[in-house]
Design a protein around this ligand. Structure first.
Ligand code: MSP
Length: 649
């Protein structure tokens, strides 16, 4: 079996962000999983270099486009290396092989009668590299809310692709092939876009930067191929088109194209399949759009300016906070991104949330499992795995169902559910150790029972390594090394099997994979969850506009009472001028209810309401930590009397 998975090729007008890393990690995980299954995988990524905005970015830096694009492509390559991305091919659209593929493809389009010469008169957004109709613009600007830049008017001779001829065939194809576009709700957007009427697509520009139309096409002089038409063809180039037909037949069609929603409807889900239909080539099996990573609710994007989270500095922050190895930090980032949000939806990116996952899921669940079991094998069995035992009636089925859930998850690109299933297995393995209490068996001298428990636990660890390997390859290697199985030939089937750790196997030196530390003895979990311990330079920079979205007002506490069953919480009634609100505040270890009544406080009024211990909290009062513990919280007041309801800015 073969499996061909692709990332979009990224524009090189600026640096890679955690947003690009997300798609690339997701594809890497898919590729690693199919490789583990024994498939012949082709995983491709690369850079989109023939765009006008790339030329402008080079000009802005005073560079010629050629050295600029090489430098930026290297930047992407380095970033992917640092995230343990095992691509098979990195394509740059300025390569010769790609020019040949694009020109061969265009010759085919021309032969099919789907290309014609006309004049383009209309708007173009350079930042989005997209043609727009007048009525699509918003006050003369790009309608993409993430862009909104001024569109440029263009009048020039151009070649057009008869996109409009393909509406019916596209609709029919989408209807007949239910798994073709994912997720389902985006498929409806595509259908509506097609039903709204497809216009013939302008596919050439007058420029000196880009791939020239083939000379065999009449009046081709001066035309270069429109960057999107050029870029999409990269998926064919990587498969061997047109030079290596045997390779092309082996890998094409792609099994899955993965990207974010921004380039799904107009390009991958419509223009691309229509181009392939025109060239009489098979369509990709599946095209998937995931959501956006955001900061302060807006897409993380290099073109927005401000502090952009790049993978490198995010890893540095994780290492600084936890003192883990770079390999562990890489795996933590990979895990976090796939676990945190459902694949089709947007998610807010924060290092704090990543540290929270590190503490809970990695240090606690996975790390603990390893560092309870291996030292016990060291202590009770002189570091040798005891003789094997039949499959444990609870652990083995739990492992098998985690493996099955992961298989479905990769097929449907639902990484979050797949990882949740693996983590329930890890928790089951931790519970198994709690319940079987090997330390008690060692004390009671029941050697046979102790062997059985230690062997089963070692098997659980071995299976865990296989299960997490696609997402956390470093961790899988490290787990196997600590089990004494360094260099072990891993395969996915081993996740379903039992009894593979050789009896008598000498284990390696147990070392914490995800150290949980901080000199003062505070767990990373605490640090992660508490903004008071995050260094200010690690916080994202926000614009004044973003700050103004926060409605801060003066309020007066007019009632306060304890929340039953929660020793840290107080339920406050706060008068904010034009209304009274209930708010739950975690200040009970520092204030008695009566200390607060009558106090003027500062309140965030437009925070999303939350129900805390059954009490609906509609706002938040501002407070800080005198020291790093909940017993020394100080509420923010003000030094001259401000009236209730006054805005604080
Ligand atoms: N060059 C085109 C793609 C051509 S593919 C034939 C392009 N490049 S891009 O540099 O803008 O990359 C867009 C892609 O990067 C998104 O579709 C997504 O895969 C990834 N992402 C960039 N920022 C992202 C987020 N903030 N969140 C999620 N994915 C992000 O479009």
């Amino acid at each position: 079996m073969k499996f061909y998975v692709t990332t979009p090729i990224y524009y090189v007008n600026d640096v890679p962000t955690v947003g690009h890393a997300y798609t690339t990690i997701a594809c890497d995980v898919v590729a690693r999983y199919y490789r583990l299954r024994g498939d012949d995988v082709l995983f491709t990524t690369g850079t989109d270099e023939n765009a006008l905005k790339v030329v402008r970015a080079a000009e802005a830096r005073g560079l010629e486009p050629k050295p600029f694009v090489s430098q930026m492509a290297d930047d992407f390559r380095r970033e992917w290396l640092g995230l343990n991305i095992a691509y098979d091919d990195f394509i740059r659209t300025t390569e010769d092989r790609h020019r040949r593929a694009v020109q061969a493809f265009f010759e085919k389009l021309h032969a099919s009668g789907d290309l014609y010469l006309d004049k383009y008169e209309g708007w173009y957004c350079v930042s989005d590299e997209t043609f727009f109709r007048e009525e699509e613009l918003v006050e003369g600007r790009c309608p993409n809310p993430e862009c909104g830049r001024k569109a440029e008017w263009i009048e020039e001779p151009a070649y057009f692709f008869r996109f409009s001829n393909y509406s019916d065939r596209l609709l029919e194809y989408i209807e007949d092939n239910p798994g073709f576009l994912l997720p389902e709700f985006r498929k409806n957007e595509v259908v509506n876009f097609i039903r709204g009427g497809l216009r013939d697509a302008c596919v050439s520009r007058q420029s000196s930067w880009g791939i020239p139309l083939p000379a065999s096409i009449p009046e081709s002089e001066g035309h270069v191929i429109y960057v999107w038409a050029d870029a999409l063809i990269n998926y064919l180039t990587c498969a061997g088109y047109p030079d290596d037909i045997a390779r092309f037949e082996q890998y094409w069609p792609a099994d899955v194209h993965i990207m974010a929603k921004d380039i799904f409807v107009r390009f991958h889900a419509t223009l691309w399949p229509a181009m392939l239909m025109a060239a009489e080539l098979p369509l990709p099996r599946c095209i998937v759009a995931h959501g956006w990573w955001t900061q302060a609710g807006e897409k993380i994007s290099k073109s927005r300016g401000g502090a952009i989270p790049r993978p490198g500095p995010v890893l540095d922050a994780v290492i600084a906070e936890t003192r883990c190895s770079r390999e562990a930090a890489v795996d933590a980032l990979r895990y976090h991104m796939l676990r945190e949000v459902p694949f089709g939806l947007d998610g807010e990116f924060s290092v704090e949330a990543l540290l929270g996952r590190y503490a809970d899921d990695l240090a606690n669940d996975l790390g603990n499992l390893l560092h309870r079991v291996l030292p016990m094998i060291a202590r009770y069995r002189e570091g040798r795995v005891p003789s094997s035992c039949p499959p444990d009636p609870d652990l083995h089925p739990a492992a098998q169902s985690a493996a099955a859930a992961w298989e479905t998850a990769v097929e449907t690109l639902d990484f979050r559910s797949g990882l949740a299933a693996i983590w329930s297995f890890l928790r089951a393995a931790n519970r198994f150790i709690d319940q079987q209490a090997p330390w008690a068996l060692a004390k009671s001298g029941d050697q046979q029972a102790l062997d059985r428990v230690l062997y089963s636990a070692a098997e659980a660890i071995r299976i865990a390594a296989v299960l997490v390997a696609p997402v956390m390859p470093n961790t899988a290697d490290e787990i196997e090394a600590q089990l004494g199985l360094r260099g072990w030939r891993r395969s996915w089937d081993q996740a379903h099997e039992w009894g593979l750790v050789p009896a008598g196997q000498q284990i390696g030196r147990p070392t914490p994979l995800f150290p949980r530390q901080d000199q003062g003895g505070k767990a990373a979990a605490k640090a992660a969850g508490s903004p008071n311990t995050t260094r200010s330079r690690e916080m994202p920079v926000i614009s004044i506009k973003e700050f103004q979205k926060i409605d801060l007002r003066v309020g007066e506490v007019i009632g306060a009472e304890a929340v039953p069953g929660a020793d840290k919480l107080l339920k406050l009634t706060v008068d904010i001028g034009d209304e009274q609100r209930t708010m739950v505040a975690g200040v009970a270890l520092s204030y008695r209810p009566e200390d607060l009544v009558g106090k003027k406080v500062v309140v965030v009024t437009n925070l999303e309401p939350a129900t805390i211990r059954g009490v609906r909290s509609e706002g938040m009062i501002l407070a800080g930590w005198v020291q790093c513990d909940d017993k020394s919280i100080a509420i923010v007041t003000h030094d001259r009397s401000l009236p209730k309801g006054a805005r604080v800015t």
